[in-house]
Unconditional design. Structure first.
Length: 152
């Protein structure tokens, strides 16, 4: 179990959310879902998307950004935003135990107020001209690097 969280800001695609939940279960990561989602986020749908792995995930649902921020601040956790607008490659960022790795909507990323409220911003470098990776792939790459850095 790692003291890392994956936070999904208003996820759009249940299959990606399920893949991320499965990854989190296998790697011992917690997941925070910041609602509203772009799909019915009922336990039934999450169970279908996350298969039988959902029972192994420490999953917290937050009704909105403000409630998530209240939770994060009360826990004293640092927020790290993955963004195509960031300048720092994720491999050059110094991750810490307790970090929350934040990923935006597949369709639109995070809104400007969330981007502005998150001073720690990282990106996955890509070939020029490409827009973005699948969010589940980005989560896997960044979480893998964070675990590599903080694992004992």
């Amino acid at each position: 179990m790692h003291d890392l969280h994956i936070a999904l800001f208003q996820p759009d695609i249940p299959g990606n959310t399920g893949t991320i939940l499965r990854l989190a279960a296998c790697l011992g990561l917690s997941v925070d879902i910041i609602e509203p989602a772009g799909f019915d986020i009922s336990d039934r749908n999450l169970k279908r998307a996350g298969m039988d792995y959902i029972a192994s995930v420490a999953l917290t649902r937050h009704v909105n950004w403000e409630r998530f921020e209240t939770f994060r601040q009360a826990e004293g956790r640092r927020l790290v935003l993955a963004s195509t607008k960031a300048a720092l490659p994720y491999t050059r960022f110094a991750f810490q135990p307790g970090d929350i790795l934040l990923f935006g909507r597949e369709s639109a990323g995070v809104p400007d107020h969330v981007h502005a409220a998150t001073p720690n911003r990282i990106l996955v470098p890509m070939v020029e001209g490409q827009r973005s990776l699948n969010v589940a792939m980005s989560v896997a790459m960044i979480a893998g690097e964070a675990i590599r850095q903080i694992a004992p």
